[in-house]
Ligand binder design. Structure first.
Ligand code: DON
Length: 349
């Protein structure tokens, strides 16, 4: 974060620096934009972009305003930068998979997820059943080559959260999300009902995961709690705070609460890197280097370890199920701020 702070401290007029940065990319590389400048530039560049389409296999998601566009960035020292609509909530969807995975690791250790579900990319769509069959490993005979960020692995991860009743497990799941976001979140009931009415495919996946030993009992409860966690309402600022918690070694930089042990964070980020954007994870990583996670509600979070968490909410998606404006805005902003963790500085510079 040093380069960002240094630049902010110059106190140069924002507009002058912004036009300079846009006009002369080589200068931008030498003197990174400030977070607010980078966010404002991406917001105005992509505000009118009309590509992609809301998810509609969950009917409630098709009704969300496709023009909704909000960007938030939270630094590891707790500063918040935003543009656009950062108040309107969308359902968190698959971004919740990261936090339920983290919760299981927090409770049961890094091995728990690796042994039961696996930490390998499937290279398939998020709800692929063929990918489950392709693993060919019944749990117990070897480490499965799957991960907790695709639906089968995520439903299994939800089944691993301990608790004496469904309510008990739910309180833990929502509690962990609350801690990462730094406020009390709640379920968007309309989305929960809509997905519950139409999630036959996830029910089939749940039953299959029981048959193959990933889920030990009560797959119906696992699918229901998974559906509920996907329906949690979040805005761009909530998501950026959750991402920043992962960027800050598991400590929410706004509230100061240690949500996840620091030694558990790298494993979570590794799975986000290889599988966070599903079959497009490689392309994303190639261009940004950032561990990230998308949701079909239109959110994407990305983490620049030790620097910042960033999130964008914009519902229209590409074919892989990832928000188009979110991908473009996050890539631009992070690259302008030197967020790519693979881009080490040359010695002495
Ligand atoms: O299970 C589903 O299909 C949704 N609740 C979540 C899928 C999702 O968000 C995929 N992400 N891009």
């Amino acid at each position: 974060m040093n380069s960002i702070k240094r630049h902010v401290a110059f106190g140069a007029p924002a507009i002058g620096l912004l036009s300079l940065a846009l006009a002369i990319p080589v200068l931008r590389a030498q003197a990174p934009a400030s977070p607010q400048q980078a966010i404002d530039a991406a917001y105005s560049k992509y505000r009118t972009l009309k590509e992609g389409k809301n998810a509609d296999y969950i009917p409630a998601l098709a009704k969300v305003d496709p023009n909704l566009f909000g960007i938030a960035l939270v630094t590891t020292d707790g500063k918040v930068f935003t543009a656009g609509d950062i108040k309107t909530e969308v359902s968190i969807q698959s971004i919740s998979k990261v936090f339920t995975m983290a919760q299981v690791i927090q409770e049961q250790g890094l091995d728990a997820i690796e042994k039961r579900i696996g930490v390998d990319a499937t290279g398939a769509r998020f709800n692929s059943i063929i990918a489950v069959e392709a693993v060919k490993t019944v749990v117990g005979t070897g480490a499965p080559e799957m991960n907790p960020l695709v639906n089968p692995g995520a439903i299994s991860a939800t089944s691993m959260v301990s608790g004496s009743s469904s309510d008990d497990v739910w309180k833990k799941i929502i509690g962990f999300h609350n801690d990462a976001a730094g406020r009390q979140l709640s379920v968007i009931q309309d989305v929960y009902k809509s997905e519950s009415d139409t999630n036959q495919r996830n029910q089939a996946i749940g039953a299959l995961m029981l048959a193959y030993g990933y889920i030990k009992s009560n797959w119906q409860q696992a699918v229901d709690l998974y559906t509920r966690q996907c329906s949690i309402g979040v805005n761009a600022k909530d998501l950026a705070t959750m991402a920043a918690t992962l960027a800050s070694a598991g400590k929410n930089p706004v509230t100061g609460k240690q949500v996840l042990d620091a030694d558990k964070v790298p494993g979570v980020l590794a799975v986000m890197s290889t599988a966070g954007l599903y079959d497009d994870s490689g392309k994303w990583l190639y261009h940004t280097g950032l561990p990230a996670k998308s949701g079909v509600g239109g959110g994407i979070i990305a983490v620049s370890p030790g620097k910042f968490g960033i999130a964008v909410v914009s519902p229209p998606l590409d074919d892989a199920g990832n928000s188009i404006r979110a991908q473009r805005a996050i890539a631009d902003i992070s690259n302008a701020l030197g967020g790519n963790p693979y881009a080490a500085k040359k010695a002495g510079s």
